[in-house]
Design a protein around this ligand. Structure first.
Ligand SMILES: Nc1nc2c(ncn2[C@@H]2O[C@H](COP(=O)(O)OP(=O)(O)OP(=O)(O)O)[C@@H](O)[C@H]2O)c(=O)[nH]1
Ligand SMILES: [Mg+2]
Ligand SMILES: [Zn+2]
Length: 422
């Protein structure tokens, strides 16, 4: 469970008139805000600034020591009492370093760089390797529609990103300038809507941007089914404010009757479960229908068949497929980076590398309950308003669990997210 540090703050520079920081959502009193995003960075209310002061992480030179809290306190008097688990003290020159970016404005909490749009083309990032090498597909209404360009990224695009790693990600809508034949430079990343992110080494890692739903792919067997991972993905999708769909692949390996309790449980909670088998050609038409007109990211453990499913849906995709180790029953991490593809039947899909464990990003313990839809009717009946449904007396959620109104598997998933499972 991580609470991400804010690496970026933005100050108004253009005369200071008519601008005030809005109150971050965690300080608002309305009840609904409890289950919504908490935003680290202030947004500007009225006039858009022409210049921004950006406090940025160094993206060149030596990185400041990140873990030497003692030294930081001695030299800079950093307030360590205010730190919680997700935060890190950084040495001088990191969070304090600011740079003026001329010609940029804010949209919500996202910085948009002003560019000469007449000289740029619009496109979508199909794949981003290390945020510096990206394949961009020109949009349908642009010159050379559908053409792929191998693009580098303008340094300012990395500077205004909270973390250079997330400067350009798969799925981004970008403005780029073609340079040599089939090459170009990305000049701007448009504000993102719907992202799938995870925590990685105490930082947010955005896996993919501009998606409308997550297809959580699990296999009925080989590798074995892990319901806890499904629940983590459900929370992650809800946090990213995108829909979730459960794809239960490799149904040819089991008797589907054995999985009915699981399918029924998620169906009762309102999630669509699509049983599929690439081998038997089962469920593919149903899956295709669910993808039509959507921006879907396929995610799940390695070896569950994400790439195989996508290839079966559209054979021309030719995504690489690996086998599952007969010794460890784990996949071999065949897909190495997120790849976006346009479907002929309408919609876009993203194949992603298999993951071992999903670390949730920026999800506070108090908000996890809000992502478990079956808890919601009981939460107002808990004796204590800040009940975390662990051992508190008068907990209506635990009472519902004892009365079989909440499934034990789901409650255990909730517990793991609150107290950790290591
Ligand atoms: N029996 C069976 N095997 C399948 C099915 N779908 C995929 N496989 C096999 O599962 C293995 C892994 O498939 P991939 O498509 O590479 O899995 P992935 O989820 O993309 O894995 P990563 O790229 O490593 O994350 C391959 O040997 C596939 O042939 C299925 O429906 N039934
Ligand atoms: Mg794959
Ligand atoms: Zn409770």
């Amino acid at each position: 469970m991580l609470d991400g540090p804010c690496a970026l703050s933005v100050e108004e520079q253009s005369g200071g008139q008519g601008v005030r920081p809005t109150v971050p959502t965690e300080f608002r009193s309305d009840a609904a805000s409890k289950h919504r995003f908490s935003t680290d960075c202030f947004s500007v209310a009225k006039k858009q600034p022409s210049k921004l002061r950006v406090a940025f992480r160094k993206n060149r030179g030596n990185t400041a020591r990140r873990n030497d809290i003692t030294r930081a306190v001695q030299t800079e008097g950093v307030d360590v009492d205010g730190l919680d688990r997700g935060q890190r003290v950084s040495g001088k020159g990191e969070l304090t370093r600011k740079r003026t970016v001329v010609g940029a404005r804010l949209e919500g909490d996202q910085i948009v760089i002003d560019v000469d749009e007449a000289t740029c083309r619009r496109g979508r990032v199909l794949a981003a390797i290390g945020s510096t090498q990206c394949t961009v597909q020109a949009d349908a209404d642009q010159p050379e529609p559908g053409r792929h360009f191998e693009c580098t990224v303008r340094r300012v695009v990395r500077t205004v990103a909270r973390d250079a790693r997330n400067a350009v990600v798969t799925g981004d809508n970008v403005l780029f300038v073609p340079t040599a034949d089939g090459q170009g430079v990305i000049e701007r990343v448009e504000p993102r809507h719907g992202v799938l992110a995870r925590g990685h080494q105490y930082k947010q890692h955005i896996l993919v941007a501009n998606i409308s739903q997550v297809a959580i792919v699990v296999s009925a067997n080989d590798p074995p089914l892990k319901p806890a991972l499904i629940d983590r993905f459900i929370v992650s999708a809800a946090k990213g404010e995108v829909g979730a769909l459960i794809v239960l692949n490799k149904c040819d390996l089991v008797d589907l009757a054995d999985l009915q309790p699981l399918i029924g449980m998620y169906a009762r909670l309102g999630y669509t479960v699509v049983p599929t088998s690439v081998v038997a050609g089962r469920g593919l038409a149903a899956l295709r229908r669910r993808l039509k007109g959507q921006q879907t990211v396929f995610t799940g453990q390695s070896g569950v068949g994400k790439s195989s499913l996508l290839n079966s849906l559209q054979p021309g995709l030719a995504l690489r497929i690996g086998d599952v180790s007969q010794v460890t029953h784990k996949g071999r991490h065949t897909t190495r980076y997120a790849e976006l593809r346009e479907l002929e039947s309408g919609g876009w899909v993203v194949d992603t590398p298999g993951i071992r464990q999903l670390e949730l990003w920026d999800v506070q313990p108090v908000e996890v309950e809000g992502f478990f839809v079956e808890f919601l009717p009981f939460i107002p009946h808990c004796k204590f308003p800040d009940c975390l449904h662990l051992m508190e007396t008068g907990c209506a959620v635990r009472e519902a669990l004892h009365n079989d109104l909440i499934s034990r598997t789901r409650y255990e998933s909730y517990l793991r997210m609150i107290v950790g499972d290591e």
